[in-house]
Write a protein that binds this ligand. Structure first.
Ligand code: GNR
Ligand code: NI
Length: 172
């Protein structure tokens, strides 16, 4: 098991489009286990491979209170989404210290493979539905800040760039 480095916005690698996972093998199972460990360590409810600089269609989630129900989602496809939408305040491990309102489908059904290669269907609502959409956005290179106003996004970008520069200066 290993903790992985999470990319921080506005890192350009967060905008890369992930390719399908071609083969569900030990490399993918190890990556998924490391992503789950990293997600728990960071107190996140989800983590997409894009955020750890792996550009393959893989994400992990756990919205349970007890943090004991990790889900590994490989090659997800949306099979149904509700007409109903919800607006909620979202955060992202790649955008530390900020949050903002985003509109999402209230319910969404996806199909995917798990780490053993079995096909599953997930019918999600509530936080799980929001999280699925947030993570699937990461896989197409989209970060939630792109849904915010240019003014708010600009402020976030400037502050995070400044923090990254300060961290570099302190490290030297
Ligand atoms: O931990 C997370 N919390 C969260 C809260 C509201 C909407 C989406 C999320 S996902 C986020 C973890 C993360 O950045 N996943 O990509
Ligand atoms: Ni995120």
């Amino acid at each position: 098991m290993a903790l992985l480095n999470i990319l921080t916005y506005p890192d350009p690698r967060l905008h890369k489009v992930a390719k399908p996972v071609a083969q569900i093998d030990e490399r993918i199972r190890t990556l998924a286990a490391d992503m789950i460990e990293t997600m728990y360590e960071s107190s996140g409810v989800g983590l997409a491979a894009t955020q750890v600089d792996v550009h393959e269609r893989l994400l992990v989630m756990d919205v349970s209170e007890e943090r004991d129900q990790p889900l590994v989602v490989i090659n997800p496809r949306v099979v149904w989404q509700s007409n109903e939408v919800v607006v909620g305040d979202e955060g992202c491990l790649s955008v530390p210290g900020f949050s903002g309102d985003v509109e999402r489908y209230a319910q969404i059904h996806i199909e995917f493979e798990n780490e053993r290669g079995d096909t599953h269907k997930l019918e999600a609502e509530g936080l799980l539905a929001v999280c699925v959409q947030h993570e699937m956005d990461h896989l197409i290179g989209k970060v939630y800040v792109e849904y915010l106003s240019p003014l708010k996004r600009g402020r976030i970008k400037t502050k995070l760039l400044k923090e990254a520069k300060e961290a570099l200066r302190e490290a030297s």
